[in-house]
Structure formats: C-alpha cells, structure tokens
Ligand binder design. Structure first.
Ligand SMILES: Cc1ncc(COP(=O)(O)O)c(C=O)c1O
Length: 379
C-alpha cells in the first residue's frame, strides 16, 4: 500500500485528527517497514553493521539526498536534524569580539540558542531583525527586515526558508543576494523546505543550507542534511565530535557515536514514495487544502480569512478570548486534544497567540471543518 492519499497508508492513529504535520512529520507504513528492515539488519550483526556496512550505506544515502535537493553531492553532510545541522555551523563558524550574527524574530528556538551560545563564546553580538505583525505571506517583509539590519560587522545571517511560527515562505535567492552584497555568510534554515517545495540548493548558493527529511519528505525521525559551500568545508567542526572525526568532511561529521541510523538509511525509500506522488502535486493540493481549511477556521472565529499562502502551512492569529500568551495557547492545544482528539500547533507568532495549520496527503477538508466547528463553539 503506497498511495499517500489513502489515510490507511499512514502509520498515524486513525482516531486522532492530525492537523500539525509541520512539527514532526509522519511516516507511511511502508516507510516504517523499511526502517524496521534496516534496524533488523543492524541488530542481526551490530559489529559487522557499524564497522563495515554503515559507511557505504551512508555514502549511498548522501548521494541520493543530494540529488533530491539538487545540491552538489560533495557539499552534503548528513545530520540527524536541523537543530544539529545549525549547531554544526555555529560550532565552527569563525567569530570574534565585535562581529555580529543576525537572526530574526521568527528564528527557531534551537537555532537561536546555538547562535546565542556561539556569540557568548566568541564575544560576538547576536542581532535580531524585528518582523512586523502577522500579515502578508510572501516573505518580502522578512527580506527587507534582514537587509535593514545588515551592518559592516554582520558575519553570518541565519534566515528561514519557511518560518516556523508564522509559516511564511521566504525567497532564499533574495536573502543570499543581499547578504553576499554585504560580505555576509548565510545559513538558510530549511527545516520545512525539502518535500514542501522543489529545492535547488546549488542554485540558491547559500554558504550553508540545512533541511529536514523527517518533516515534509515523511522520512523517519532523525534524517536531515547540511549543504556546505566549498570554502567552509574544511573549517567545519562537529558540535559533538565522534570517534570518526579525523576523517574530516563529510564522513567525520556523520558518525554521532553509537546511535540508530535507520532513519537516514530509510530516507531514499521515503523519497521514492514521495516522488511517486510528486512534490509539485502535493504542494498544489495541500496548499489549496490548507487555505480552504484556514478560511473555515477563520470564519468560525468571526475573523477575516488570512491572506492565502503558497505552502502547505498557514498561521492564523487567535482571538484573545481563546489565547493571549504561550501558556493559554498551550492550554488551548490541550483542550482541543482532550475534547475532539485533534492535534494542533498553537504558539506565539510575532507577539500574538496563533494557530498554525498544516495539510498533508492524509488530510481532508472535513478535518478543518471539525476543528472550525469546535473552535467556533468555544470561542
Ligand atoms: C524553522 C525550523 N528550524 C529548525 C527546526 C528544528 O527541527 P528539528 O527538530 O528537526 O531539529 C524546526 C522544527 O520545527 C523549524 O521549524
């Protein structure tokens, strides 16, 4: 069974309403089976697997995922997740007192923390570009905000390809162009991009581009990559050095100690299942669905429909009567889970309590109708 549009193809609990694909992704049953196959291979002969089979298997994965994101295979290092990928960059990036690292209001907490640690260690300053309240979804305001905060001291800018709390797609080409003109290196946080958009990492040309396969490519958890421009490869140091570190880029950064590498190894299979449906087909279908779903929820809350998104996630501001800060937003999430068995993502986005909706192949318009009915009744 390999039809992504068939709900029964997914490993998900059919009695739960899953409206937050974006945070943790989800796998199909065939992908789960492929991961199990790799686990069985490893567990049948741990010594043979770790000391002989794994390195070649990882090389093959690296080549396959590089082709998927259109990166030079020589640029790619596999990582367990974007949290790790960003930390790899920030553990290595040369910073000195007086330098600046630029992030934005929307930067993901883990990435912000890695940047903040790197600044604290080096004496560099963390600068945060302020973003306007939730509104348009073309990301142009983010490009402008980043550009406005670039200074002669900005050594590294960290910008999302797709933001997490506000679910906005940013033009990475514009970001790279602005930063390059300022002599600033760029790390693009593409946590949500692979599988959501057609990616051409080589053409984007960022110094560093990290992305997850376990979100929108529906690979098992623990599968990501970091693409690194040639001038940085030899400088790259693992945030958590493993015993293979002497091998340098990339193999030396792909051994995370004794760990479960089955998610990485199952990723080519996950990409095949996704490829069978088609990234463009999914994007078009899921974008239309999430826009329709957001319209239903907004109407039930007595709000205007949010301006349409071009991706499969959208963030709506919540009325203050439902949530006003992070605690009340979390309480709402809990209430929705308890009362209608729905999993939603509530957060603070640009100063407002917000609801981020996702759409994946297993979602139907009735899912959003059910949430809308409930929120309308309590709000
Ligand atoms: C923009 C962004 N960056 C980084 C991450 C972290 O991803 P992971 O937990 O897979 O490391 C997320 C997770 O949602 C994210 O949205």
């Amino acid at each position: 069974m390999n039809d992504l549009f068939d709900r029964a193809a997914w490993a998900l609990d059919p009695d739960t309403l899953h409206l937050n694909h974006g945070s943790f992704g989800a796998v199909t049953k065939v992908v789960r089976r492929e991961q199990d196959r790799w686990r069985r291979i490893a567990q049948a002969n741990p010594n043979g697997f770790f000391t002989r089979a794994l390195a070649d298997a990882v090389d093959a994965v690296r080549i396959r995922v590089a082709a998927f994101v259109q990166a030079d295979p020589a640029a790619v290092v596999l990582q367990p997740n974007v949290t790790w990928g960003a930390s790899t960059v920030l553990a290595s990036f040369p910073l000195k007192p007086g330098d600046e690292v630029l992030i934005t209001d929307d930067t993901y907490a883990a990435v912000r923390a890695a940047a903040s640690y790197a600044c604290a260690r080096s004496g560099a300053q963390l600068v945060q570009a302020a973003l306007p309240p939730l509104g348009e979804r073309d990301g142009a305001d983010i490009v402008t905000a980043v550009e406005d905060r670039l200074s002669p001291r900005t050594r590294l800018a960290i910008v999302d390809h797709i933001t997490s709390p506000s679910a906005v797609a940013v033009d990475p080409y514009a970001i790279v162009a602005r930063c390059r003109a300022n002599g600033t290196a760029v790390l693009i946080d593409g946590a949500h991009a692979p599988g959501m958009l057609s990616l051409d990492v080589r053409a984007i040309g960022a110094d560093f581009y990290t992305g997850n396969f376990h979100k929108w490519c529906c690979a098992p958890w623990g599968s990501a990559y970091l693409a690194v421009a040639p001038q940085w490869r030899e400088e790259l140091r693992a945030a958590v050095p493993g015993s293979e570190v002497y091998r340098g880029f990339p193999a030396g950064l792909e051994w995370w100690g004794t760990a479960d590498y089955s998610a990485l190894l199952a990723t080519p299979f996950a990409l095949d299942t996704l490829g069978a449906a088609g990234v463009e087909v999914l994007l078009e279908r899921n974008t239309a669905l999430v826009n329709e779903g957001a319209g239903l929820v907004a109407a039930a809350l007595g709000q205007q429909s949010p301006s349409p998104t071009s991706i499969a996630m959208i963030t709506l501001q919540l009325p203050r009567r439902l949530a006003w800060d992070i605690e009340s937003a979390r309480a709402l999430r809990q209430r929705v889970a308890d009362d209608i068995g729905a999993e939603i993502m509530t957060t603070m986005a640009r100063g407002s309590a917000a609801l981020r909706l996702s759409a994946q192949a297993y979602n139907r318009v009735e899912d959003y109708e059910r949430l809308a009915r409930y929120l309308g009744a309590i709000g």
